[in-house]
Design a protein around this ligand. Structure first.
Ligand code: NDP
Ligand code: A1CAB
Length: 278
């Protein structure tokens, strides 16, 4: 389905690069089918072209007739400027994939030509390693064939889940923002490792392998996370001491609040955009 489709990015920042890297590495599309464009940073476009051998163009040079999938990858605050820019150029056959946190399909549909196919997507930066957990929520005009195309494209960067749009905020709290929680966790594990006498690189490797192993156990074994945790925890042993400290310092609560805080912010962004409209 991706054969000969042309995929254009508006936005060439961190998220776009992670997706471009995953897509090119998956080899389901040739780099020449990928066009990358941004607002004004030419140096960044040169860098992306040199790394991935994709086509790069200024946004004014884009030929919208040749774009099958248009990935919007700018900050949420810039969406209305971008809608103004594309509304008289975007073609009926083009499917818009928006990775913008908090921007609803209805907000985009209202500013675009009637019937435009818009899909809201939430990947994460692990797209770079083709290990994203990505959600897609199709807008009201999207045809089944286009959902399958979007799914095939996003499977190049990891696992894909089709969800209801109202679940996008919590998905963002868990998976879109999620890598940052694990990096934050790692920053603290590394600090403790260094304080315990390990070299920083070794502490990071040990911590990362431990996170990877636990993730694989949860993905591939049938036990619940609670059972897996209990299997590590000997009565009065080292893990029990570690978990007691996590409880004492509010570890569990902090993790729940991190997910909820990100979810809340995603909702706030949507509400702010609604206010701009009325
Ligand atoms: N970073 C992440 O982990 C994730 C991000 N997202 C979403 O991805 C989007 C991008 O985030 P991120 O990559 O981190 O942001 P960055 O700041 O790294 O990149 C933003 C990009 O948007 C471009 N841009 C700004 N205005 C326009 C415009 N008018 N037309 C075309 N391009 C424009 C910028 O170009 P220039 O440099 O020329 O100004 C830049 O390339 C956000 O909406 C975010 O919610 C979703 C999931 C995860
Ligand atoms: O922090 C943000 O708003 C974006 C969306 C999800 C991850 N990064």
């Amino acid at each position: 389905m991706l054969n000969n489709k042309s995929i254009a990015f508006l936005g060439a920042g961190n998220m776009a690069e992670a997706m471009i890297s995953g897509i090119v590495t998956a080899k389901k599309v040739s780099p020449k089918q990928v066009i990358v464009s941004n607002n004004s940073n030419k140096t960044r476009l040169h860098e992306i072209k040199a790394k991935y051998n994709v086509r790069t163009l200024s946004k004014e040079e884009l030929d919208f007739h040749e774009i099958d999938v248009l990935v919007l990858a700018m900050k949420p605050k810039d969406i209305d400027l971008v809608i103004d820019f594309i509304q008289n150029k975007v073609q009926p056959h083009t499917v818009i994939l928006s990775v913008l946190a908090g921007i609803s399909t209805s907000h985009m549909e209202e500013g675009l030509p009637n019937g435009q196919q818009v899909i809201r997507v939430m990947p994460n930066t692990s797209s770079m390693m083709r290990e994203s957990a990505t959600a897609i929520a199709p807008g009201k005009h999207v045809e089944m064939g286009e959902i399958l195309t979007a799914k095939e494209l996003l499977e190049c960067v990891g696992e894909v889940y089709v969800i209801e749009e109202e679940q996008m905020d919590i998905f963002t709290g868990i998976a879109g923002s999620g890598p940052a929680y694990f990096y934050y966790l790692m920053e603290h594990i590394e600090k403790a490792g260094i304080e315990g006498g390990l070299a920083p690189e070794l502490a990071r490797k040990i911590g990362s392998q431990t996170i990877l192993g636990a993730a694989k156990m949860m993905l591939e074994r049938t036990e619940t996370p609670t059972e897996l945790r209990e299997n590590v925890t000997s009565p009065n042993g080292t893990t029990a001491a570690g978990l007691d400290a996590l409880d004492k310092y509010g570890g569990g609560k902090a993790i729940t609040q991190a997910v909820k805080g990100a979810e809340k912010r995603s909702k706030e962004i949507s509400e702010q955009m609604q206010k701009v409209l009325v």
